[in-house]
Write a protein that binds this ligand. Structure first.
Ligand code: ADP
Length: 220
C-alpha cells in the first residue's frame, strides 16, 4: 500500500479542499489536519481562545499568524504526523505561515502542494449550499444531504450551515484568499512543489486526479 505523504491543499473556500482532504488522508493513511476544524472544535469547547477565534471567523477574518503557527507547530510534532505524514488543509494561508511551515517541516519537507482550482462563480454557489456535521465535521450539501435529514450518516450529529457561511463573511474570505493566500501558489511554484488540479467535476473524478498527481510526485 502507498502511504506517507506530506502535503498542503490550497484552493479557494468551497473548492472542495475539506472533502478531498478527508479522502486523501484515508487513502494515504495519514492524518487530515484542518485548521478550520481545529478552530471550530475550540469554539465548541467554549474556551477563551475559542470565543476569541469565533468572532474573527464569523466576520470572515483571519486568526493571527502567531496563534495559527503555534497550533500547527504543536500538531505537526505529534508522532502520527512525524511518522506517517499529513494532509494539511487551511494552512498556510499567509506568507509568514508558509515560511513558518518550511521551518516546522524541517528535515521532513513537503512532497507537494496542490492547488485545487475552481472558478469564483462556482465556489460562491457551492458555499451557500454547504452543510457540515457539528460533531465529526463531515461535509454535505443541499444537493448531497445525509440519508436522514439532517443527521450525519457517520455519527448522527446535527448537520448545519456554518456560522461563517453568510454572504458577507464569504465575500470577505474570498477577498482575503486572493490577497493573502493566492500569492502562495507562486511561492510553491518557485520551489517546484506545486501541482495544479482541476476541481470541477464529480467528487470521485477530482479524487482520481488528485491521487494521480500525488502518486506521480511520490514516485518521482
Ligand atoms: P474556509 O476555507 O471556507 O474559510 P476553514 O474551515 O478552512 O474554511 O476556515 C474557517 C475560518 O477559520 C477562516 O475563515 C479563518 O477565520 C480561520 N482560519 C482557519 N485556518 C486559518 C489560518 N491558517 N490562518 C488564519 N485563520 C484561519
Amino acid at each position: 500500500m502507498i502511504s506517507g505523504v506530506r502535503m498542503v491543499m490550497l484552493g479557494r473556500q468551497g473548492a472542495g479542499k475539506g472533502t478531498q482532504a478527508v479522502r486523501l488522508a484515508r487513502h494515504y493513511v495519514v492524518p487530515h489536519i484542518s485548521t478550520g476544524d481545529m478552530l471550530r472544535a475550540a469554539v465548541k469547547e467554549g474556551t477563551e481562545f475559542g470565543l476569541r477565534a469565533k468572532e474573527v471567523m464569523d466576520a470572515g477574518g483571519l486568526v493571527s499568524d502567531e496563534i495559527m503557527i503555534g497550533v500547527v507547530d504543536d500538531r505537526l510534532h505529534q508522532t502520527d504526523t512525524t511518522r506517517r505524514g499529513y494532509v494539511l488543509d487551511g494552512f498556510p494561508r499567509t506568507q509568514p505561515q508558509a515560511e513558518a511551515l518550511d521551518e516546522i517541516a524541517g528535515e521532513r519537507p513537503l512532497h507537494l502542494v496542490v492547488n485545487l482550482a475552481v472558478p469564483v462563480e462556482v465556489v460562491v454557489e457551492r458555499i451557500s449550499s454547504r452543510r457540515q456535521c457539528e460533531t465529526c465535521d463531515t461535509i454535505y450539501s443541499v444537493q448531497e444531504p445525509p440519508k436522514y435529514p439532517w443527521h450525519c450518516d457517520n455519527c448522527g450529529g446535527d448537520v448545519v450551515q456554518r456560522d461563517d457561511d453568510t454572504e458577507e463573511a464569504i465575500m470577505r474570505r474570498l477577498e482575503l484568499y486572493e490577497k493573502e493566500t493566492s500569492p502562495l501558489i507562486d511561492y510553491y511554484e518557485k520551489r517546484s512543489l506545486l501541482e495544479e488540479v482541476d476541481g470541477l467535476g464529480s467528487t470521485d473524478e477530482v479524487s482520481r486526479r488528485l491521487m494521480s498527481a500525488i502518486d506521480k510526485r511520490l514516485a518521482g
